[in-house]
Ligand binder design. Sequence first.
Ligand SMILES: [Zn+2]
Length: 251
Amino acid sequence: MKIVVLGSGSAFSSRSRHNSCYFVEAGGEKFLLDCGSDAMRAMQDAKVDFFAVDRIFITHMHADHSAGLPAVLTAMHVLERKKSLTVYIPFSQIEFARWWLANMFIYNGRMSFDVALVSLRPGVLKYGGVELEFIKTRHLEKYAEYAEGFGIVPLSFSVIVREGAKKFFFSSDLASLDEVKSLLDGGVSLVEATHPTLEEVAALSRGRDIDIYLTHIPMELEDGGEWRAELKARFGIAKMNSVSDGQVIVL
Ligand SMILES: [Zn+2]
């Protein structure tokens, strides 16, 4: 299994970090997890082939995880992609996504390739030699009352990618690290660093013999920021892994 970090930034992309986007090759399948606002540029920077992607999974509809979708689809059309593509959208927003893309003149028959929009729900999807388990998180529960007014179920997912005994966990956005602690054992985990507290981040590295990398790095947690010094001073943690754009993780 191979994971290429295309966007390890937070809601604000920076000079060195794009919004959330990851290219995964596993079990003969190639797909994107998230398609943040500058995903097209992120793919170009990491030299990911626009024709190589077979599926795109959107973990939730915040712009830094989803807003690059029309641009990526448009780029594929400009490059004259022929192979159809499947895009997975949290189920309560799939009609919005259909309307959103149609208003950008992205519809089958006009584009050089067909796009199938599929509802993403909690549960397991299997393709070839890979299994993806989508787990509902509490990241968007704070919007429940507001969303109800629009008939929207606020849905956000973490995902576990399995290829045989290999396991890759991507937290995407969370309300708290507590909700995914039990999912971190084994394999490699990418855990977002924007929403958890420093205490929660510190607790991650204690007593665990597993590969955890921080991603979704907000500007105040950039290398050279105060946070590494604070982790060391307050929690005695000398080393905490974080990923960078373009980084390749092989399991
Ligand atoms: Zn979010």
